[in-house]
Design a binder for this molecule. Structure first.
Ligand code: ZN
Length: 149
């Protein structure tokens, strides 16, 4: 368990120092804004969809360490995925952090994203970890704004 939390800490730190895909995406054809009033996390999510697949994805915004690491890793995970695969991954991630998916027992596509499994112990943090995912889902479905409240 302490090994897992060390990995978790290291990954969170790394993504906070060097967030991936952290910029405005000029060629975006879908965008959405997300806000988590409980913590103050907010972002704009940019998606470039081509033939129903995520050609490029990026984000900008401000927030806590869990928010930033989660958004950063999400963009890495979704590049090249189809819309359907992106929605399926969102569902798995959401179920994992809310305790409805056991990432060790149930087959899933989460890969490195399983380091966020621990946030299910902290309901307040679940919103930080899922904000970017909800915002991505909104962007895919032509909604412009999402709030976790
Ligand atoms: Zn937060």
């Amino acid at each position: 368990m302490s090994e897992l939390s060390e990995l978790y800490q290291a990954v969170i730190l790394d993504h906070n120092k060097k967030p991936r895909n952290f910029h405005v995406l000029e060629n975006a054809n879908h965008t959405a804004e997300g806000f988590n009033p409980l913590c103050g996390d907010q972002l704009t999510l940019y998606l470039q969809l081509e033939d129903d697949a995520v050609k490029d994805i990026s984000f900008v915004g401000t927030g806590c360490a869990i928010w930033k690491a989660s958004a950063s890793m999400m963009t890495q995970a979704l590049k090249g995925k189809t819309k359907q695969e992106a929605e399926a991954l969102f569902d798995e991630f959401h179920r994992m952090v809310t305790g409805q998916l056991d990432e060790e027992e149930e087959p899933n596509h989460l890969g490195r994203l399983t380091i966020f499994a621990g946030v299910r112990e902290f309901p307040v943090r679940v919103k930080c970890a899922t904000l970017s995912w909800h915002t991505m889902h909104a962007a895919l479905n032509e909604q412009e704004k999402v709030s976790t409240e």
